[in-house]
Design a protein around this ligand. Structure first.
Ligand SMILES: Cc1cc2nc3c(=O)[nH]c(=O)nc-3n(C[C@H](O)[C@H](O)[C@H](O)COP(=O)(O)OP(=O)(O)OC[C@H]3O[C@@H](n4cnc5c(N)ncnc54)[C@H](O)[C@@H]3O)c2cc1C
Length: 535
């Protein structure tokens, strides 16, 4: 049995410390930008800083819209709302939100038996099946003919398959972790309302100039009409424009385009059906992948593609075909994406949060997690009184490692594909621009050794836990080919899949259809549900 921690969903989001020291130099903080990043940052900073008498003001341009397409989350968003004391029964209906058990990846591999797999969010119940999963996958990598596809080992996969919500009946002793789907525009409006109620100030105004002090710090911003707004600290939430961080402070940007090719997207809604699914579906397309996200009122759909391999018109046509909308006049929204990260998320007296700090393409819906992580870690440093240059270096290293680790996980989706239908997929499979830790992980996996050390001791572990790496590599069928398999030894064949099937089938009886659960969202269960450990 593995001894290392395969998964740990414990929250690192800091609780506000009423006695914590905040540098007296910060009396006023201005957030430029009122997208999801701006309002999430406002809420988290309000929680930590307003009680200390620090003024927070959000400036939002009435002429620049928000990106408005981020509709999926990781389980960490649950911690965001819990920490702010906002119940699901309040925010979910307001944002047309649904529960998310994980993501199905369809058609990313053509290997028989691995054409589709599910990346689950973890559950306490997985403690009863994780050993078997890891054991079987390890045996399969060694060439033993045992079942090693992730879907049959996880309750979340079972729930998603049957459109069930990951909310167990009260008598079921295991908590299931889950994320959400939501309408990004409504989420922004909800958070804005909450932030204003809690004492954040707001102005609808366009920032037309950013002024620097002699020190090189940001002194003030000038808004339409000419008024100057000064502050001690600025938070740049201006989206891809990155007005303060990249345009003004000239913070260098590290592009990820050498191993993440997608740089554009086209999105359009479709009606939701009778049942409401509890998973995101990501389907491989000719030049990228399409998402399908269920909300209470509609599906959000989109195609993320590489403009080096297809035009916007081709992408829109392929998406319409995929959705059965070739004859429909539902309007499509086209977007460009800049993939990579800045070198310094905290530069001088400015923190970049959201798309202004960087973006890894949306395949695993991690952007809101980055917003949370960036702000909560900043609050941690601030409350420790740790604001000098060495502290900023340590801070930036932490955020960068999170970006790199997550980037490598996303890259793995593309690198491990074995499609040969287009240049796009062939280029992804043959791409050698991989980080050293990722190359090492692939070598370890293919040699049949344990990848636990690779993930936990390297930057890779800052993105995804070992359990997720097992899911992606086994789900994509990165095993010896079937003609190279041998009969398992008795030790390798020690776990019976029928027993796991039975356990999950019986467990699933404690869950209900997503549609029924959403009609009456149950109250929060246990405080200790925030901590889930796997060995
Ligand atoms: C195709 C796609 C799919 C995505 N899917 C997901 C997903 O499933 N899950 C996920 O977590 N994330 C996803 N994201 C990312 C997610 O949408 C963003 O991380 C999130 O919405 C935060 O955006 P933002 O607030 O940083 O930027 P924006 O939404 O662009 O907001 C920028 C704000 O800055 C303001 N502004 C700009 N210039 C000025 C100025 N000069 N003066 C004043 N204000 C200004 C604008 O008015 C706006 O309010 C996706 C992104 C894309 C492109």
């Amino acid at each position: 049995m593995p001894t290392a921690t395969l998964f740990n969903y414990s929250f690192s989001l800091t609780q506000p410390n009423p006695n914590a020291h905040v540098p007296p130099t910060i009396r006023k903080l201005v957030i430029v930008g009122g997208g999801t990043a701006g309002w999430m940052a406002a809420m988290m900073l309000a929680d930590a800083l307003l009680p200390k008498g620090i003024e927070i003001e959000v400036l939002e341009s009435p002429v620049v819209g928000i990106i408005g397409v981020g509709e999926g989350s990781t389980p960490w968003l649950r911690g965001f709302f819990d920490k702010l004391g906002i119940e699901e029964a309040e925010w979910m209906p307001a944002c047309h939100a649904t529960y998310k058990c994980g993501i199905t990846f369809d058609k990313w591999s053509t290997k028989p038996g691995f054409e589709s797999y599910f990346h689950p969010f973890a559950s306490m119940l997985d403690n009863l099946t994780m050993t078997q999963f890891v054991h079987n996958v390890n045996a399969r990598v060694q060439g033993a003919d045992v079942h090693a596809h992730p879907n049959r080992f996880f309750i979340a996969a079972k729930l998603a398959e049957h459109d069930m919500a990951p909310k167990a009946d009260p008598n079921f002793p295991f908590d299931v972790w889950y994320g959400y789907h939501f309408d990004a525009v409504l989420l922004g409006q909800f958070l804005q309302k909450k932030a204003l109620e809690r004492g954040v100030n707001y102005r609808s105004c366009h920032v037309k100039e950013v002024k620097l002090a002699e020190s090189g710090d940001i002194a003030s911003v000038v808004i339409d009409g000419g008024e100057t707004i000064a502050a001690d600290f600025f938070v740049d939430c201006t989206g891809f424009a990155s007005l303060l961080t990249q345009q003004t402070l000239k913070t260098p940007f590290v592009s990820f385009s050498s191993n993440l090719f997608n740089d554009a997207a086209v999105a359009m809604p479709t009606p939701i059906g009778e049942d409401i699914p509890s998973q995101t579906v990501s389907t491989a397309m000719k030049h990228g992948w399409a998402w399908k996200i269920p909300l209470t009122q509609r599906f959000g759909n989109g195609y993320v593609y590489s403009s080096s391999f297809c035009s916007a018109d081709e992408a829109e046509r392929e998406l319409r075909e995929h959705l059965g909308l070739l004859d429909s006049d539902i309007p499509a929204r086209h977007l460009k994406m800049k993939i990579g990260r800045v070198t310094k998320h905290w530069n001088r007296n400015c923190l970049a949060v959201g798309l202004s700090q960087g973006f890894i393409e949306p395949l695993e819906a991690t952007a809101l997690l980055f917003i949370q992580h960036t702000v909560s870690t900043f609050v941690e440093f601030l409350e420790a009184g740790d604001v000098g240059e060495p502290a900023k270096d340590r801070y930036n290293q932490r955020v960068n490692e999170h970006f790199e680790g997550t980037r490598d996980y996303i890259v793995t989706h593309f690198k491990t594909n074995n499609r040969t239908d287009t240049d796009y997929w062939r280029a992804n499979a043959s791409n050698g621009n991989l980080s050293e830790p990722l190359q090492e992980l692939f070598r370890t996996w293919l040699s049949g050794r344990s990848i636990v050390a690779d993930v936990t001791q390297q930057k890779l572990g800052k993105g995804y836990p070992v359990f997720s790496w097992y899911c992606i590599l086994s789900g994509m069928g990165i095993f010896p080919e079937s003609d190279q398999m041998r009969a398992p030894t008795p030790k390798e064949a020690r776990y019976k899949m029928t027993e796991i099937d039975n356990l999950l089938a019986r467990s699933a009886l404690n869950f209900r259809k997503q549609k029924d659960v959403l009609a009456q969202i149950p109250p929060k269960r246990r405080e200790d549900a925030l901590q889930i450990y796997f060995w």
